[in-house]
Design a protein around this ligand. Structure first.
Ligand code: ZN
Length: 315
């Protein structure tokens, strides 16, 4: 099992797009700066979508401009199409992810595009990226959403996910990721699907999972991912955004709980958990009344808790 894991914070994009309230730009900056100061090295800071669709993320270009000034931080964004990718490049992001829903019904409903149309979009983005000098070229990931099941189609055949992963790599993505958008995944399925996709794209091209805690299996699924060599996990501070299908449950797995589990297991994240817990105050102040989740923050750290990261620092 891996001894180092990259925790990729997606709250400023995934969390904020799921709530009605619009977080002020200054609070977003404070949040990102505080997480980076706690040791988080990759943050998905927004999405380049039309402001009328997602007013919560309308200031993404400004957030990116700020986040780029933080040394050592990988600034990631989501884009739905070539236009968004061009805006992301202009803003100077380090990483771009385009979501492709493994369920075509979901894709048609969400972005009104078939799989073939989305793959054309991916090829257009690849052409744009390849026209850039290497040092200005962001990393490009194809994120397979609804990879473990879909609220519209139900079961999504693994064959379909494997095929789409291969097509994303053929189209020129640097890597693919698997997303449990609907919280349908279970640990056995996580292991089986990661193995099958890796058999087609190679181990290096699938390093990350985006898991949800809709049915309480978020961290169990992380453990399953760790056991098959996954080294990057997305999560959201305070599980911000909640889950539309299961009121009372976080949607994204909670960053604080994820970091606790990993560090307690001796897997280094580079994150100072005590400092990370403090960042919740920024969310509470900027988003009054919004539900914020997490078991570790409520219970506190165990007496005598020693994190893997601190043990390394001390050594
Ligand atoms: Zn999510």
């Amino acid at each position: 099992m891996t001894t180092q894991v990259l925790v990729s914070e997606v709250g400023p994009r995934d969390g904020l797009q799921s709530i009605q309230a619009v977080m002020p730009l200054e609070a977003k900056k404070a949040w990102i700066a505080a997480e980076a100061a706690a040791g988080v090295t990759e943050i998905e800071v927004g999405s380049f979508v039309p402001a009328k669709l997602l007013p919560q993320l309308a200031d993404t270009a400004e957030v990116v401009a700020y986040a780029r000034t933080i040394p050592g931080l990988t600034v990631a964004v989501l884009v739905p199409n070539l236009k968004g990718a061009a805006a992301a490049v202009a803003a100077g992001v380090h990483k771009i992810t385009i979501p492709l829903s493994a369920s075509e019904t979901h894709s048609l409903k969400n972005v009104r595009r078939t799989h073939a149309q989305m793959l054309d979009e991916v090829r257009g983005i690849v052409a744009l990226l390849r026209s850039l000098p290497a040092e200005r070229r962001p990393k490009f990931e194809g994120g397979l959403s609804t990879a473990f099941g879909c609220t519209l189609e139900g079961e999504v055949p693994a064959d379909r996910v494997v095929q789409l992963a291969g097509q994303l790599m053929e189209a020129g993505c640097d890597e693919v990721g698997l997303s449990d958008t609907t919280g349908y995944a279970n640990p056995a399925q996580v292991k089986a699907l990661v193995r099958r996709v890796r058999a087609v794209v190679g181990d290096h091209a699938l390093s990350g999972l985006h898991l949800h805690n809709t049915r309480g299996l978020g961290l169990a699924n992380v453990l399953a991912g760790l056991e098959v060599g996954i080294s990057t996990f997305d999560s959201s501070l305070g599980g911000l955004g909640g889950c539309p299908f299961a009121p009372g449950a976080s949607g994204n797995i909670v960053t604080e709980d994820l970091v606790f589990m990993l560090e307690a297991m001796g897997i280094g994240t580079g994150i100072d958990l005590a400092r990370l817990l403090e960042v919740r105050h920024i969310l509470r102040d900027a988003l009054p009344g919004e539900a914020i989740y997490g078991f570790t923050p409520e219970a506190g750290l165990p007496l005598g808790f020693r994190s893997a990261t601190h043990a390394e620092t001390a050594a």
